[in-house]
Design a protein around this ligand. Structure first.
Ligand code: GLA
Length: 664
């Protein structure tokens, strides 16, 4: 898209006067900024009254930016409808499950099913695209902003009607819907589409399939809003790439479906600087983004330079941490680093949010760090065509996430992300890069596939996973997997029905633990680890036992197993192991799968690789406050310092090196 790595941020010139715009453009140039997200919240400025458009300010800003070498990632400003639209059409306002209307005065106050909203948004987008289509500054479209941030499920009457239409399309007949929803239970049989309701507040637990379909429907509805705009933009500006900014592991939207409709994946990431493990969670999000885009470069569209303003205590990134977070994104496949926002606001609810240009102006630590980063990124064009490779995939599916975390489970404390983080952290500490994969995706290129809590599994996914192992893959599956089909109906015949052959075992029952209850697991060679949350009561039908439970009525029965299936191997973990237990398990699974620790590093040193057809670059990020000396697999040149590096690299606290390795 640009011949350089992207560097910039959100710019809201409507909050400032034209003399400030001129200073902004000069300072952007000074900082090495080459892309700015413009107009994200500018609907009221562009269309101050119904059908009256004012583009003069936008033209001036785009001209000014272009003459300063800055291109524009132009937003469709549809995320915050102007007050006149609410006055004209109050029915656009969203309604909660309890029937409460959410009013304007902040943002995202619209229902995705409101025809008035969608018509006005489409009119605005059309006018905007027609107006700017030939402007040389236009580089990319940023559609809306963070779909479903703050609010994702509207329960108004228009939404209920849209849900019924969506269900008619999905099922074709009421008989099929009644079957899928299991409406024989609790007298829920439907005899007319008009009887069907959104899952508004009910006295007792809602039908789980109804709820699951509602989550599917909501994700699809917002996608329709995105597609409304994309169709207009594609027609008027066929060569301009289109994105919308994601929010990491965000539950409301099935980003697999969404990413397939975008030209480039982009993401907003706000790790909490007070969390000493922030780099793990942030790294995991980077890996998800790369995976959503099928390995293609993605853009870190927003991050904070220092602090946000929406936590209870908004701790700030320490010197060097913004730089580390930025390089982490590049190290994990991004080709762009951007911020919210360019200039810190003077008014409004985000006036205490950090920015590239803080209230203190250019005589500030943050500005100096921003300038340094901009200068460095300007020297890294060599990375543009490189990619990140991974031998390990963690299976991740939004439908499974939705179904797993509905109420009514054996343990309602079972949550998907903590399990994933536990595995991811172990791999992260070993500097093993991870992809995320949909359970129906081609898995053949991975040496190891981890399936944590794959509760809901389609027939296709089950076959795909079985084929992967049969053909030589290594699988590590954890408890409460393979339990229901796509309708959230139990797969009968002994858990986990679709994986019993593959795992060489079956599970008679689950034994969820009380809060704070633990048990012990002992390995065949006598090592002991704590476990909690849950135990599967497992019977072996071929698998070998690697560890057993120490206590309770299932004491001595298998907790961890291994089975040779076809050309491959499957491991099964029937409980939640403490971190040292997971480390033990992953050590042997990785050994078996021939995944060698990329690099033995001191804790806090993150290492990844990007390669193209000719070169490999080793990213070494020292998140720690200690100086470190690191052995490299070959000598090379550090792109950041231009210094030759021997096979031992010295890095200062919070230091970064990008070593282009010499061919060995
Ligand atoms: C999100 C939004 C931005 C801004 C930031 C603040 O990422 O997209 O408009 O509100 O949060 O952190």
């Amino acid at each position: 898209m640009l011949p350089h790595l992207i560097y910039g941020g959100d710019y809201n010139p409507e909050q400032w006067s034209p003399d400030v715009w001129r200073e902004d453009a000069q300072l952007m140039q000074e900082a090495g900024v080459n892309l700015i997200s413009l107009g994200v919240f500018a609907w009221a400025k562009i269309e101050p009254a119904p059908g009256q458009y004012d583009f003069t300010w936008l033209d001036q800003v785009m001209d000014l930016l272009y003459t300063h070498g800055v291109r524009v990632n132009l937003a469709t400003p549809t995320t915050s409808p102007p007050p006149w639209l609410v006055r004209l059409h109050p029915e656009i306002l969203p309604v909660t499950a309890e029937g409460v209307t959410l009013w304007h005065g902040s943002r995202r106050h619209y229902c995705p099913h409101s025809s008035a909203y969608r018509e006005h948004a489409a009119g605005l987008v059309k006018q905007l695209a027609q107006h700017v289509r030939d402007h040389s500054a236009l580089a990319m479209w940023h559609v809306d902003n963070e779909y479903t941030c703050h609010f994702g499920e509207c329960f108004c009457d228009a939404s209920v009607a849209a849900f019924r239409r969506w269900l008619e399309q999905r099922y074709g007949s009421l008989d099929a819907l009644n079957e899928a929803w299991g409406t024989a239970f609790w007298s829920q049989h439907y005899s007319d589409w008009e009887e069907i309701m959104a899952p508004r507040r009910t006295p007792a637990s809602i039908n789980p399939t109804q709820h699951l379909d509602w989550q599917r429907f909501c994700s699809d509805s917002w996608l329709v809003c995105f597609e409304d705009q994309k169709t207009i933009l594609r027609e008027l500006t066929p060569d301009t790439p289109i994105t919308t900014n994601f929010m990491g592991f965000h539950k409301a939207l099935d980003y697999w479906t969404w990413a397939a409709r975008e030209d480039i994946v982009s993401n907003d990431s706000y790790p909490d600087p007070s969390d000493p493990e922030w780099l793990i969670g942030a790294g995991m999000v980077c890996d998800l983004m790369r995976s959503l885009g099928k390995g293609q470069p993605w853009i870190l569209m927003e991050q904070a330079t220092a602090h946000v303003n929406w936590r209870q205590r908004n701790t700030t990134k320490r010197p060097g941490e913004m730089r580390l977070g930025s390089y982490q994104a590049l190290a994990r496949g991004a080709n762009g680093v951007m911020f919210f926002q360019w200039r810190a606001s003077q008014a409004g609810s985000e006036k205490f949010h950090s920015a590239m240009l803080p209230h203190a102006g250019t005589d500030s630590r943050v500005w100096r760090e921003i300038k340094q980063l901009g200068t460095e990124l300007g020297r890294l064009d060599a990375l543009l065509a490189s990619h990140v490779q991974s031998d390990v995939a963690i299976l991740f599916d939004w439908e499974n996430w939705w179904a797993l975390e509905q109420e009514g489970k054996p343990s309602n404390d079972l949550r998907l992300l903590p399990q994933i983080v536990a595995f991811y952290a172990e791999l992260f500490h070993r500097n093993i890069t991870v992809d995320f994969a949909h359970p129906e995706a081609d898995l053949t290129r991975y040496r190891l596939v981890i399936a944590p809590h794959l509760y809901l599994v389609s027939d296709r996914a089950a076959k795909n996973i079985e084929r992967y192992v049969a053909q030589g893959g290594t699988l590590l599956m954890t408890f409460f997997s393979g339990i229901v089909d796509g309708n959230d109906h139990i797969r009968l015949g002994g858990y986990p029905a679709p994986f019993r052959d593959l795992l060489g075992l079956w599970i008679e029952e689950f034994a969820p633990y009380a809060n704070a209850q633990t048990n012990g697991v002992e390995t065949v060679d006598g090592q002991r680890f704590t476990c909690d949350v849950w135990s599967d009561v497992i019977h072996l039908t071929g698998a070998e036992m690697l560890a057993h439970y120490q206590a309770d009525y299932f004491a001595n029965s298998p907790a961890v197993t291994r089975y040779r299936f076809g050309e491959g191997v499957s491991y099964y973990l029937g409980t939640a192991l403490a971190q040292d237990g997971l480390a033990w398990l992953l050590d042997q699974v990785c050994e078996k799968a021939k995944i060698h620790h990329a690099h033995h590093m001191p804790r806090g040193v993150e290492v990844t690789r990007r390669s193209d057809s000719a070169h490999t670059w080793l990213f070494v990020l020292n998140h720690s406050d200690e100086e470190v000396r690191i052995d490299l697999p070959a000598k090379g040149v550090d792109l950041l310092s231009d210094a030759a590096v021997q096979t031992s690299l010295h890095l200062e606290p919070k230091g970064v090196a990008i070593v282009q390795l010499a061919a060995t």
